[in-house]
Structure formats: C-alpha cells, structure tokens
Design a protein around this ligand. Structure first.
Ligand code: FE2
Length: 375
C-alpha cells in the first residue's frame, strides 16, 4: 500500500485568504478560434461568451467555454506587439491566468500585497447592463498571473465586455466537473520559494512533499510540493527538476516554455471510464503505460468498484491512499510544444495525487521525450 507524507491537514482554523473556487483559466494561444473548436469538439466544452472586434475589442479576441464548473478562456491577438502575441511567441500556447474567485477583491488584494505579492494590475471595476465585477491581478511563477475576481453583483454570461454567445455546434458534455488541481513547473532551486509565496502571501498550507526518491526513474527525477488553500478547493503542486542521468520532463518543459509555467490542469469527473472512452473517440491521445502495469496493480490497490479489464483497455491508472482510491490518466501535450497537458481524475475517497503511479507515468513521459529527441 502506498503511503504519502502528509505534512499538514488542509483544514486551517482561520483562513487568511478566503477563496471561493477557481473562477476561470485563460490560455493565450496563436489561434483562439481554432483552439476553441478543439476544446469544444474534443473535450465537450460549450461556448458561452465571446469578445472581439464585433463588440469593440479591436486588438484581440477571447472565447469563453464552459463545462461543469470549469471555465476556459482562449485568447489571441491580431497585433504583433500585443501582450498576447508576445506571450505566444515566447511560450507557445499556454496558460497565462489562473483566476481565483473571491468574495472581496479590495481586501484580498490589499492582504496579498501587504504580504509581498507583486502586482500584475491594480483592482478595477467594470460594469455593463448585467452588473459589476471587480478584478485585480498578482504575479506568480514565470509570466503566469492570478487574477482575483469578485462577481457577487454580476449576472452576465462571463464578465463585462463579453457578449453571451453560443454555437450552432453543441458538443456532448463529457462529464468534466471542476478543476481538481493546477500544477506549476519552476526552475531548479525555486520550488521552495514558490511554496513560501503561497504560504506567506496567500495563506496556503503545505499539504504534501515528494522528493526525488518518490519521483524518479532510472534516468530522471523531480521534486514536488503541494500547497492548498484554507477550504481545500485550490490545490497547486509545484514541481522542480532534480538531478538525474538524463534530462527530466521538467527541464524539457522549461526549455520549450522558455521558463516556468503551468504544466497540467487536473480535471475531475465522476465517471472516468465514460469520460475517457469518449475523449478517445474524439481523438484525444493519452500517455501509454505498458500492459504489465496491470499485472500487479491489484496487489497495491486491493478492491475497486470498476472492472480492471475496462480500466486496462483505456489505460487508466489506479492508486490508493489511507482514505480511498483514485483513477487517473494524462493526455499527451495539448499543443505542439511539449508543455501543457491535462489530467483526468476520478477520486473515490483518496485526496492524494497518485504517487503509486509516478514511476510508470514518468517512464511513459520519458518514452515520449525520447521520441522528440529531448531525453
Ligand atoms: Fe496532477
């Protein structure tokens, strides 16, 4: 049975930085129209809002997609000097904004800044006929930012400036429910700095520590610490590369992203077999873990509700901790650069991150790295 190092419980007695949940995740991409179609057709998101030249936004456009509680914003610009174009040139398609939904932006922003947050932009109000929102931004690793969004006085489709929009194309919902966790990759020696940032500035707690003995294969290694906010809704694992014989997956990411950034977004489902079957039917490719993974997995996880043969046929991984078990699978990178990918996760009691699968997974990633000539 796998054990994991539980450093501290998520339940904080006093929450010094209340967060209601993930508000949205914004991707800066080269072609938002096509990216929006991909996330609709392959992942089952639904178009809900839009902003672009048709409603007065002259330099860029954004498509807002939703499924369950998850909102993705896909933005691209028309001008070479625009911030979005520069970001895409530097990093490829990637995640710029992890937006946090808060009750009161003014007090959250003031608290974060007083504890050392770097300002991305000062709080501002914007309104339209559906009400008012207040938004501010603070910087995190690399060029990634956290916007803070207060929307209790707003009932429009997304934010002021966006128009409600749907598409004639209505993809089938694939059962993606909410963002379970978002993982950041940072440079060697920087993991503790960013863990401290989340602890000191945003009042997060250190939840779990994985060292290079937990996460290593014959060739490569990485270290990871997971921080979580007061109510446990927001979980941010932070990875850094560790010394190994060959180039780690984190190094490959840092090289192709040109610095730190979001490595993966884990999305929860309550029926991973159905979700993954339909993602595969829609052409989504997943990391391949060899069939012998399943030979002894039951010795490790004991009883599960699902049929192992079905999990094996879909290449879904299983892990257990003291509280229950989880099922998970990882997509291949979502764009040409080997950077951002998704995890699909179904938790059945387990609150951990699949430590028992790390070795098999990282070997799978290394096989892909080798094919790219980056190992
Ligand atoms: Fe994950």
């Amino acid at each position: 049975m796998q054990v994991f190092t539980k450093v501290m419980d998520t339940q904080a007695s006093t929450d010094t930085f209340p967060i209601l949940g993930t508000d949205h995740i914004e991707f800066y991409v080269g072609n938002a129209k096509q990216a929006a179609h991909f996330y609709q057709s392959a992942f089952g998101f639904k178009l809900i809002a839009y902003r672009g030249p048709e409603n007065g936004c002259r330099d860029y456009c954004s498509y807002v997609l939703q499924q369950g509680k998850i909102r993705f914003v896909l933005s691209s610009s028309f001008r070479k000097d625009h911030e979005i174009a520069k970001h895409v040139n530097e990093h490829g398609d990637g995640i710029k904004v992890l937006a946090l939904w808060v009750e009161d932006v003014a007090s959250s922003f003031a608290a974060a800044v007083s504890r050392g947050a770097e300002i991305a932009f000062e709080p501002y109000r914007s309104h339209d006929e559906f009400g008012e929102v207040i938004i501010a931004g603070i910087k995190t690793y690399g060029e990634t930012i956290h916007t803070l969004v207060e929307r209790k006085n707003y009932h429009g489709a997304f934010l002021p400036g966006f128009i409600a929009k749907d598409s004639q194309f209505t993809p089938q919902d694939l059962g993606l429910l909410y963002v379970d966790h978002c993982v950041g990759n940072v440079e060697l020696g920087q993991m503790n700095r960013w863990v401290k940032f989340y602890q000191d500035v945003l009042g997060f707690k250190l939840l779990i520590t994985f060292d290079d003995k937990d996460i290593s294969t014959k060739y490569t290694a990485l270290m990871s610490k997971v921080v979580s906010n007061g109510n446990g809704y927001i979980k941010f694992p932070i990875n850094e590369p560790a010394q190994g014989l060959k180039k780690s997956q984190i190094d490959e990411y840092l090289e192709f992203y040109n610095g730190p950034g979001v490595q993966h977004v884990a999305i929860a489902t309550d029926n991973i077999i159905d979700t993954v079957s339909r993602l595969r039917a829609n052409g989504i490719e997943f990391l391949y873990v060899p069939e012998n993974y399943y030979d002894d997995v039951m010795d490790r996880v004991h009883h599960i509700d699902e049929d192992l043969a079905v999990l094996k046929s879909l290449n879904i991984l299983i892990d257990r901790d003291e509280e229950g078990y989880l099922l998970q699978i990882f997509t291949k990178p979502l764009q040409d650069r080997p950077t951002v990918f998704f995890e699909i996760i179904q938790r059945k009691g387990a609150r951990s991150f699949g430590k028992g699968n790390f070795k098999a997974l990282f070997e799978a990633i290394e096989r892909e790295q080798e094919l790219r000539g980056n190992l």
